[in-house]
Design a protein around this ligand. Structure first.
Ligand SMILES: [Zn+2]
Length: 206
């Protein structure tokens, strides 16, 4: 009987933790409205520590919440800032340590930004090529990074349904850059194996 009770309590506890929504601190950061959010920068000491942390998965309850809708709206506004425009953004870049990215789909008609929940790359395909990258969180810096030009992506959509998709070319590179952010990895960490060092050309920021 004691064992059964213990099992029931464990199940109910894990269900509760699976369904827990955003914390009060996260809600305060997400805020309300449609305005841009401040972007974490490695030039700021506090930001630079936060951006190196691993992000936590989102639950169905999180994704269906009002706060999530607000977070997506505000992240979109942030990445589309005409003064510091990006082609992708990850939630930790706006101070929310959750596994959410927005990617501009250059491979789709109209090149829309789309959101991906708990994304993971299950296969890094060939070929791999060097490409020039920048990052909204790494001001005034660019570098050449070796990335797969074809990936298999697994994620949850905005209804929290599981999806799998093969993504190619530059859009695949953006996904790799953004998903790195969810594990506290920045593109500058991947520059060491660059053949030609940094290049000073203008590039897109992610
Ligand atoms: Zn970035």
């Amino acid at each position: 009987m004691k064992l059964i009770l213990a099992i029931i309590m464990t199940i109910s506890l894990s269900t509760t933790s699976c369904q827990r929504g955003f914390t009060e601190a996260e809600k305060a950061t997400i805020g309300t409205g449609n305005n841009m959010m401040p972007v974490m920068s490695i030039d700021n000491e506090k930001d630079s520590l936060l951006i190196r942390k691993k992000s936590k998965p989102l639950t169905k309850k999180d994704v269906l919440s009002e706060e999530f809708a607000t977070l997506c709206r505000r992240m979109l506004k942030t990445v589309r800032n005409p003064e510091n425009e990006g082609v992708g953004i990850a939630a930790p870049q706006v101070g929310i340590l959750r596994r959410l990215v927005a990617v501009q789909r250059f491979d789709k008609e109209g090149e829309p930004f789309e959101f991906y929940v708990n994304p993971e790359i299950v296969e890094y395909g060939e070929p791999k090529e060097y490409g020039n990258e920048g990052c909204l969180s790494v001001p005034n810096h660019r570098g050449e990074v070796l990335r797969s030009r074809c990936i298999t992506l697994r994620y949850r959509d905005l209804q929290f349904k599981r999806q799998t998709e093969i993504i190619e070319d530059f859009t695949a590179v953006i996904f790799q850059h953004e998903i790195d952010h969810l594990d506290g990895i920045l593109y500058i960490d991947r520059i060491s194996d660059t053949p030609n060092g940094e290049v000073a050309e203008e590039t897109t920021k992610q």
